[in-house]
Design a protein around this ligand. Sequence first.
Ligand code: DON
Length: 584
Amino acid sequence: MKWKALTASVCLATALYSTAWAQDLPQAVSTEREMVVTANPLATAAGAKVLNNGGTAADAMIAVQTVLGLVEPQSSGLGGGAFIVYYDAETGTTTTIDAREKAPAAATEDRFLDDGGNSIGFSNAWQSGLSVGVPGVPRMMELMHERYGRLPMDRLIAPAIRLARGGFELTERTSSQVAGLLARNVAGEPRLFFRDPTAFAYFTTPDGEAKPAGTLMRNRPYAETLASLARQGADAFYTGPIAADIVAAVTGDLNIPGDMALADLAGYQVIERAPVCVDYRGHEVCGMGPPSSGGIAVGQMLGILQSFDLSGFERVSVEAAHLFAQAGRLAFADRNFYVADSDFVPVPVAGLIDDDYLASRAALIGPTDMGTASPGDPPGAFGAAGPDPTIKSSGTSHVSIVDRDGNALSMTTTVESSFGNGVMVHGFLLNNELTDFSFSPTDSAGNPVANRVEAGKRPRSSMSPSIVFDDGGKVEIVTGSPGGSRIIGYTAQSIMNMIDFGLDPQEAINSPHYGNRNSNTELETAIPGVTGPGDAADLQAGLEALGHPVSVRSLTSGLSIIQVTGDGFIGGADQRRDGAVGGR
Ligand code: DON
């Protein structure tokens, strides 16, 4: 209730002061019965159709995921992994699904080191068989369908099969990302970007240029793969000819062969885990725990900000950006030090989001930038480990869905970098998720890094699918974003924008980004017609006066947000990518 009143008053204020900007900016969309938001209009349409036919949020997710794997292959697909936060309306419970890629049984901690003990380098690892983790998406779709689905699988994958066979237009975004990777390989180095002849032929013209936007793309092998999934379930992927061809592609990689075995695929399991939930000003924010750092870090940022009253500040102001950046520094210091796959290393999850601990962290924030934050000493901390401050980006998508029964699904899905590791098998791309591990097993003092490579382990993620509940336990916001480790800030800022500044989902997305991952304070370069009102770059001088090292740059989130109101749904989709809202 408290929040509704706040929302109403702040929305009014916003509308009054921002009309000139708001007219040019993307506007929120309302529906009454159900809603789906994704990073691509074809995926949104597929999900909306399933919902309209009485499908559940889980059903719609399968339609969305299979279309995304076709039309946004740079970001997610069958060869990747995902995390889901799911609210089941019938039981009133929230759970999380870990479909993260995992390291093969043969993996050892020196995986990304050369014979001299030096890193083989990110690009080299990315474009190699070493970085391919055992995919989680097909098993995840099967589990979600068995548990929460209503419509038959063949109906859910029909839109993707139709598009794969009949063709779809290549987007500007995919075309330019292919061009971007080709441009990184000017020497024509056959071991690096698009080294795989199948992927190269699919994405480029006979002249070896990126296919232009609007090219009609067909992917028949993908349609066949989906059809076999519908016929035989996920076993069609994890055993038999598809599994054999994945193993052959990984172990025969033209750059550096990997070591994935048939047994790794056959043994892959999706893991259900408890959500990580924190209170934020009377709202309960639930996210994904380890192996993702997302739920803990978003929860820490909000839990730290809770010590400050933001309501008196403009959302694009030096004051708000300063506090948000300091909260980011503190959360990333802990994330880098403590968080990894909790099935392999002890992670003090409860201690990291403990109220008193977060209040003690908030007390470290002063009027000027604190500089590099050190990890704290949360209750239950396990002691010695080294930090893994590795920063990664590019190649992920976020999906938010609420169905007519009130089931809510927040999924962030990924192949890690753009086009995963660049190798195509049976119409889908393999991931390079294992580059999310620390390349070095120890820090400079020789302490083991929690996020070091280990056999069967899942690499630490930043993905932060989130569902926010009101003080009566009702679903209120479904949110999340791609963006590498910036995901944490994008997601936390979206929640702050809605709760503290009363923005609707689209306004929260349009609002310029700022943040700090315990390094520079990053301010978003304005995009006319997409970001605003206000310009984060205008904060540079004010923040520098407080001692912040500032960089102004593109901050390409891909937020997909649904707000559940008493009357229905309000949706926002990120125009920094190709986001679209659907539903009735
Ligand atoms: O799991 C992670 O945190 C990363 N692999 C996500 C990569 C990503 O978001 C790239 N996005 N644009």
